[in-house]
Design a protein around this ligand. Sequence first.
Ligand code: COA
Length: 183
Amino acid sequence: MTMTAKPVRASHTTITELMIPSYANFGGKIHGGILLSLMDKVAFACATKHSGNYCVTVSVVGVEFLQPVEVGDLVSLLASVNYVGKTSMVIGIKVIAENVKLGLVKHTNTSYFTMVAKDDNDKPTIVPPLLLEDEEEVKRFIESLRMREIESLIKGKLDDVKSSIEVKQASEILKDQRCVIGY
Ligand SMILES: CC(C)(COP(=O)(O)OP(=O)(O)OC[C@H]1O[C@@H](n2cnc3c(N)ncnc32)[C@H](O)[C@@H]1OP(=O)(O)O)[C@@H](O)C(=O)NCCC(=O)NCCS
């Protein structure tokens, strides 16, 4: 059965939430975990809209908190499907924080959540193809495709690194590192 392609715009999803004092860390800024939880929710809603099935989070790329979010900021998370595979989707999430008093808006980060659609038996299930309606959507799709290829190369390399670590040479490998071997 061939599935009809769905446009990116059909599953655009935004969550907006006011950052209240109980979300703050000991430094008075918003906990990274609060933002991660909101990102996961918006990715879930966006992926579920596109696939028509409940989705699970498989991996997350590009989570960097380079600018703090403040108590009182109005945070918006804008999600769209950037890429679809067979059962997986890459959801791009742009996070912006608005100081509502001053009207200042900052872009805090853009992250990529890979979500997989599941059927009623908890098995991965096929998702509809993506209808790309402008150059930006084409660019994002290709970007995700390339990112997946790079991730798979990195994963292979990491597996090689893990299996070839020679602990007997640790004192030489770690001689310029800020650690002390205490055994
Ligand atoms: C991820 C999961 C669905 C993979 O299931 P599986 O039976 O091994 O299925 P497959 O190997 O066919 O993978 C399904 C899809 O996930 C993708 N996938 C699997 N591992 C991945 C990873 N580490 N990173 C990115 N994508 C991954 C595959 O590429 C495939 O995509 P495609 O169909 O578009 O090609 C399964 O391990 C799972 O359900 N994990 C728990 C997810 C969860 O509960 N998350 C919530 C957080 S607790």
